[in-house]
Ligand binder design. Structure first.
Ligand SMILES: CC(C)(COP(=O)(O)OP(=O)(O)OC[C@H]1O[C@@H](n2cnc3c(N)ncnc32)[C@H](O)[C@@H]1OP(=O)(O)O)[C@@H](O)C(=O)NCCC(=O)NCCS
Length: 143
């Protein structure tokens, strides 16, 4: 619900999504990372830079830590710091943007702490749980 509308997916659709992510990696248009909470083994979330525009050196950022019990421990902030550094230092990007539901204050706080600035609102972009939700658009420049 915090990422988009809710539409059920099957296990096969999940597999296809992972295969599509692998294809995007080959094409160098998306870079997906697993988030792990060390020293425990296992993936607790994922984050990605996607829609990379190599001419303008722009991309989209996304993150999800799946279980609420893993929220609020600094993991999201740390994962995003590493992801953004990867964008600047390894991909030579100059701008990263994202969309966040206006009713997701936790995520907005983390993005602001990382330096993202609000630059607009997509009004009623998503239909979720019976209502249209605004999406805050945020951007971060390398400098
Ligand atoms: C958003 C998300 C990535 C943040 O990761 P996290 O590990 O929970 O975040 P952190 O622990 O690093 O930081 C949380 C911060 O939010 C603050 N916070 C928590 N609830 C808040 C609220 N209701 N309003 C404002 N700030 C809030 C905390 O105080 C903390 O800030 P601080 O470090 O300055 O004290 C994670 O919660 C998540 O995956 N949520 C579900 C999916 C999602 O919303 N993805 C983003 C879609 S755009």
């Amino acid at each position: 619900m915090l990422l988009g509308g809710y539409i059920p997916v099957t296990r096969n659709m999940e597999k296809e999504w992972i295969q599509a992510a692998e294809e995007s990696l080959k094409k160098r248009s998306e870079f997906h990372f697993a988030i792990e909470k060390l020293p425990e083994a296992g993936m607790i979330g994922s984050c990605a830079l996607s829609d990379v525009d190599w001419l303008s050196r722009n991309c989209l950022l996304g993150i999800a830590i799946y279980a609420k019990k893993d929220w609020g421990q600094g993991l999201g902030f740390e994962a995003l710091e590493l992801l953004i550094d990867f964008g600047w230092s390894h991909l030579n990007l100059q701008r990263i943007e994202l969309g966040v539901h206006s009713h997701n204050p936790r995520a907005k706080h983390v993005y602001e702490k990382l330096g993202f600035k609000h630059y607009g609102t997509a009004h009623g972009k998503y239909f979720i749980n019976g209502e249209y939700i605004d999406t805050d658009l945020m951007e971060l420049h390398r400098e």
